[in-house]
Design a protein around this ligand. Structure first.
Ligand SMILES: N[C@@H](CCC(=O)N[C@@H](CS)C(=O)NCC(=O)O)C(=O)O
Length: 202
């Protein structure tokens, strides 16, 4: 059984969601966030102090999407879109979009928010990050159109990658950045029983 270090509302949610979609059990170890400050022993497991970490025998991974891909691969799942499939370019685009393009402004807001500082400079950075996020959601809004999923007409890891920043948008109450297609898409993803089970793990 794989071990997953998890903190609620962090990217380890993607891993628990993937496991739930796969119907695979894991030994989930909940840790306080941020472990760098609240659980220094965790640095022996993952010196960067980031969450998640997954251990499977001799394999240790600390990138959420690498872990999801490893698990989907291990369990032969259709959450992946394999090379050669016509949907592969869309899959790659949105898989990476979720962690890189969307998470950059989202993380900026989350980190600053967590520091609890206020002031004109802080407000300007938060507003700029929100503006960037709003612009970065526009290509997704257009891509979704009538689609239910971003690639291959089924749930893939690309949706799980995107579903996390969209969850943070709702959790941090900046839903006004969501256009109608992205909002409906996020609601569909977050209504999935597997997502709800994962999000409830504390
Ligand atoms: N790209 C990594 C980022 C991991 C990451 O930064 N996780 C955040 C939580 S969502 C974290 O642990 N931050 C703690 C810190 O930076 O001290 C991934 O996808 O797993």
């Amino acid at each position: 059984m794989v071990t997953v270090y998890h903190a609620q509302h962090t990217r380890s949610l993607r891993v628990l969601w993937t496991l739930a979609e796969l119907g695979v059990e894991a030994d989930v170890r909940a840790i306080p966030f941020p472990p760098r400050k609240l659980k220094p022993e965790y640095l022996e497991i993952n010196p960067s102090g980031t969450v998640p970490t997954m251990i499977d025998g001799a394999v240790k991974l600390t990138e959420s999407l690498a872990i999801c891909e490893y698990l989907a691969d291990k369990h032969g799942s259709r959450l992946l879109v394999v090379p050669g499939d016509a949907a592969r370019p869309d899959f790659l685009q949105w898989l990476w979009y979720g962690e890189s393009t969307l998470m950059v402004p989202m993380t900026m807001r989350a980190r600053i928010g967590r520091m609890g500082k206020t002031g004109e400079g802080i407000d300007a950075v938060l507003a700029d990050a929100r503006e960037a996020l709003s612009a970065r959601l526009e290509p997704l809004e257009r891509h979704l159109g009538e689609r239910d999923f971003v690639a291959a007409d089924r749930l893939t890891l690309a949706d799980i990658a995107l579903g996390y920043p969209l969850y943070l948008v709702k959790w941090t109450k900046i839903d006004e950045v969501l256009g109608p297609n992205v909002r409906a898409y996020a609601d569909r993803l977050h209504a999935r029983p597997a997502f709800q089970r994962a999000a409830a793990v504390q």
